[in-house]
Design a protein around this ligand. Structure first.
Ligand code: TXA
Ligand code: MG
Length: 310
């Protein structure tokens, strides 16, 4: 308990001094900085090698804090009540008077906001006088981090402090929903679309691979392990690592299981860690068998599809 409090204190000191640090969330680790500080935000973009036209998600502790920065609409309030804190990011209208750094939004009039559920991060946010901008803690276009050790692997000594909150419980990024006009999904993620539809009582528009991208971050090639990946494969080639959805006997050597019993939540949680491991084990190609395209399987397939653009 004492060490938790002292780590939170340390994290706060870094953030108060406009440094960026890594923080755990239930989806993936974030590279966090004071969302009101241009200095801190510049550091995030530099460290991640992220193009400045790709806006960041801002993480809040509660509604009171958010009200200073965004206009809240009815759809948002319904979803917030049911799903936050949790793995959902809302695109809302930014208030003119908001103190959010212009670098976060690339001067856009909207802001991506999320209320993370991870206890350690909630505890930290509660102690801060500002919300935290935090993109996923990885070099741009690479795999997100689901462990403190992944963050170290991505940034080495360039990252000053990692608040270690264990392995991310969900393991894939948040679902992004645009609430500026008709609700539309911009990224599949930790929360199922059908659950959101139930609360809003309507079918959602899916604007994921549309030409006119609303989320600049969702270009092809993303979430890449850094080696070629093929999906929906029945029989891998000789030198490929083969990723299976569930444990079973096969007559090959080079295989990895995402789950014991085809549980898609477990598969999502293990996906990035297994892709990282395959690369570390020395493979330079990956084949993945077909993953059921339902529930969080949609988010898994979305990430695999982008990784396959290598
Ligand atoms: O689970 C998550 O969402 C993690 C954790 C750390 O919270 N964060 C995360 O951030 O995945 P990032 O930066 O890797 O992905 C954010 C996505 C990007 O594709 C970005 O283009 C999009 O959100 N985005 C940010 N602001 C936006 C806006 N105002 N309108 C549309 N898309 C936006
Ligand atoms: Mg990312």
């Amino acid at each position: 308990m004492k060490s938790i409090q002292s780590n939170i204190k340390k994290a706060k000191e870094y953030l108060d001094n406009n440094c960026c640090i890594a923080v755990p969330t239930e989806t993936v680790y974030g590279l966090a900085g004071n969302a009101y500080s241009n200095t801190a935000i510049k550091k995030i973009y530099k460290l991640k090698k992220r193009p400045i036209n790709n806006p960041l998600i801002v993480h809040y502790y509660n509604l009171k804090q958010l009200k200073k920065d965004c206009d809240l609409n009815d759809n948002f309030l319904k979803l917030y009540k049911r799903f936050s804190p949790g793995p959902i990011t809302y695109i809302l209208k930014l208030k003119k008077k908001s103190m959010i750094s212009k670098l976060i939004t690339n001067n856009k009039k909207s802001l991506a906001v999320r209320f993370p559920r991870h206890d350690l991060l909630k505890n930290l946010l509660k102690n801060l006088k500002y919300p935290l901008a935090a993109p996923s803690a990885n070099i741009s276009s690479r795999l997100s981090s689901v462990n403190a050790s992944d963050v170290k692997e991505e940034f080495g000594k360039k990252i000053k402090f990692i608040l270690d909150g264990g392995k991310s419980r969900i393991g894939l990024e948040s679902t992004i929903i645009n609430l500026l006009d008709k609700p539309s999904i911009l990224r599949y993620g930790g929360l199922n679309i059908s659950d959101i539809e139930k609360i809003l009582n309507k079918k959602l528009l899916i604007k994921i691979n549309t030409k006119n991208k609303i989320s600049p971050g969702l270009f092809a090639l993303h979430y890449s392990p850094g080696i070629p990946l093929r999906m929906n494969i029945k029989l891998p080639k000789k030198n490929e690592a083969f990723v299976l959805i569930k444990k079973r006997k096969i007559h090959l050597n080079n295989y990895y299981y995402l789950t014991k019993k085809k549980n898609l939540d477990e598969a999502a949680k293990n996906l990035y860690a297994i892709l990282r491991k395959i690369k570390k084990d020395g493979f330079n190609k990956i084949a993945v068998e077909k993953i059921p395209n339902r529930g969080i399987g949609k988010a898994i397939n979305d990430r695999l599809y982008r990784a396959s653009k290598y």
